[in-house]
Structure formats: C-alpha cells, structure tokens
Ligand binder design. Structure first.
Ligand code: FES
Ligand SMILES: [Fe+2]
Length: 348
C-alpha cells in the first residue's frame, strides 16, 4: 500500500517549460529569468516574436540583460558585442578594419521559444532535438488567458507537482463554503486513463460539493489532464462554453519552483468577474504555497515519506512517468506510458 516517495528533484530535459505570461513581455523589451537553474534572457522583438538566449555574454560572462535591446539585437553592456535573436554575434565594436575575426562564428546558446495561447514556453533540451509543440489548451483557439496568477514556491519541483494533483488536501487546505468543507467530504470514484506524457481524469460531472462550478450554468462536465514535466489542464465544459485552468510548474533555481496558473473562458458574461477570479486564484495558490512552506520545516530533517492508495496514486504515476522519461532519454527507445486505465477511489 504505502510507497516511498522517490523524490529526486531532477529536472527533466527535452520538454517544454512555461517561461513567462506573454502579457508580461512587451515589444522591444527583455527579461532575465533563471529556469531549471539556467540563466535565460527572454525578449520580444519589434515584430512581436519572442526569443530566448542563454543570458551570459560569451566574451566575459556578464548577463546580456544588463545591456540594451533595440527590438532586433541585444547589445552587451560591457564591450558592446551585439547578438541577434538567433544568438549569433553580429558586431564587435573594438575590431579594427584589418582584424579579420568572423564574428558570426561566435554564438550564444539559443533556446527554442514559442508563444502559445498567450504564454511563452521555452524548450530545454539537446541542441538539434525536435521540440514538437508546447501543451495546448483545447477549444479556446488562439485566445490569451483572461488572467495569469504566478507564485514562487519554496520547494523542489516534485513537491509542487504532487501538491497540484493531490485530491485529499482540498477540504483541509482549501476549505471554503463555496468550494469544500470537511463536512462535505464524501467518497469519490474517478476513472483515469493514460494520456500523452501523462494521464487524465476522464470527463465526468464535477463533485456535488463543488458549489463553485454552479455559477457557470448549463450542463457541466470536467476533464483534468496531467503531463510531464508538470502541466495540468482542467477543461470544464458548461453548455456550449468552456472554462479552462492551465497550471504549469517550472523549476527556477535553488529549491524554488514557479507555479503559473492561467485561466481561459469563452463566456463573455464572465469577463466582468475577472477580479473575482483573480482573487480566487491568488487565494487558492497562496494556500498551496503556504502549506509547502510549512512542509519544508519537516523536510529539512529528510524524513521518509509515504504515498498511499488511492489518494496518492496519481503522485505514484508522476514518479513512474518521470523515471520512464529519464530512462527513455538515457537509453533511447520509445516512451512507454506506465499508467493503465483504472478507477481511483478516495474521500475528499
Ligand atoms: S562581456 Fe559582453 S561584450 Fe565583453
Ligand atoms: Fe491545492
């Protein structure tokens, strides 16, 4: 029944990670980030296209974000070397006319970078690897999120992910009259199936104790999917409309993990309630964050941890998926999804 949680905090490679809400990067601007322990420069050029470079000048190592960006090229603040969005050097001001250095041979690492449905994703992988597509939220077209709530969690990625998929903490951590209370706890049975790089909770009617769904109106069904490295998409169908929550977990550096929660909806009448949704998202994520911070007090002593059936089965799958991805990366061969179709039962 009980399982040792095999947390290793390892950062999976060759996957897309949520880097920044697109609305937070204006044209002609750049931003310095640390993602997966690597310094990353994110910029949006004058045409609106985002790109990502290693934020280290190959000359003397200064972060390039300390320099300038003209909407096309980044100029290092130290000696003015210039780099284009491909990471290729285009100019070294100190060179005299008769010094034949081919500057285009000097490169800064460029990361594949895509803006999808209003969010900027960066691919961390082997150079030349095929990045494929970042995760896509179904049925909302190209629309940008109505809001994105971002919080920095004081933990390694695994605890943030496991907390995200944990069905048993709701009545304790998120207790609220309009959502869950201890008295509303009852037994649940949910069907699960494998999904690309993860699994999904098969479409169903939401729990009768989720009063919060009722304001959406219409016939309501939800499907929740999870995929590596830590992306959860909750897809709520309400009549002919959809409301979707995208939660993406990205390790930054030194035991910190950023959690981005983006909300999309197609119901025009919900738009005046954006501040209310923002407030809820902040409160919800803040409750998870506060719990993870308290958890760190205990984890400092490196205790053994448990994963029990069925409430922690999704967490077990997460560790198995992670292991299989690592195996696949080191040995090659196809990724074999370890999740099998099943029904999980718990009380919450
Ligand atoms: S350190 Fe960047 S140009 Fe010299
Ligand atoms: Fe939570």
């Amino acid at each position: 029944m009980a399982d040792q949680a095999q947390r290793d905090g390892a950062h999976l490679r060759n996957l897309w990670y949520f880097a920044l809400a697109g609305a937070r990067l204006r044209r002609g601007r750049m931003a310095a980030r640390v993602l997966l322990g690597e310094p990353v420069l994110l910029a949006r050029d004058a045409r609106g296209q985002p790109f990502a470079l290693r934020n280290i000048c190959p000359h003397r190592g200064i972060p390039l974000t300390h320099g300038r960006f003209d909407g096309q090229e980044v100029e290092c603040g130290y000696h003015g070397w210039r780099f284009n969005g491909e990471g290729r050097c285009t100019a070294i001001p100190s060179l005299t006319d008769d010094q034949p250095l081919d500057v285009s041979k000097i490169k800064v690492r460029r990361y594949p970078c895509r803006e999808v449905q209003g969010n900027i994703w960066v691919f961390f992988g082997d150079e030349g690897g095929d990045p494929g597509d970042p995760p896509i939220v179904p049925d909302i077209g190209d629309a940008a999120p109505r809001l994105v709530e971002t919080q920095l969690f004081d933990c390694e990625i695994d605890h943030a992910v496991v907390g995200l998929m944990d069905p048993a903490h709701g009545p304790f951590v998120h207790a609220a009259w309009w959502w869950r209370t201890r008295r509303s706890m009852h037994e649940k049975a949910k069907a699960f199936a494998p999904a690309p790089l993860g699994f999904r909770m098969v479409r169903h009617k939401p729990s009768s104790n989720s009063a919060g769904y009722k304001i959406l109106g219409g016939e309501i069904t939800t499907e929740i999917s999870f995929r590596l490295p830590g992306v959860r998409i909750e897809h709520i169908r309400a009549g002919r409309h959809v409301l979707c929550n995208l939660t993406a977990v990205t390790p930054t550096g030194e035991g910190k993990t950023e959690v981005n929660h983006a909300i999309y909806w197609t119901q025009p009448w919900l738009t005046p309630f954006t501040p209310v949704f923002r407030r809820f998202a902040k409160t919800f994520l803040g409750q998870d964050r506060a719990m993870v911070t308290k958890q760190q007090e205990g984890l400092r002593y490196n205790p053994n941890l448990m994963l029990i059936n069925d409430a922690d089965t999704q967490a077990k799958w997460y560790y198995r998926l992670k292991k299989e991805w690592q195996r696949c990366q080191s040995e090659g061969g196809d990724f074999v999804n370890p999740v099998k179709e099943t029904v999980l039962r718990w009380r919450s």
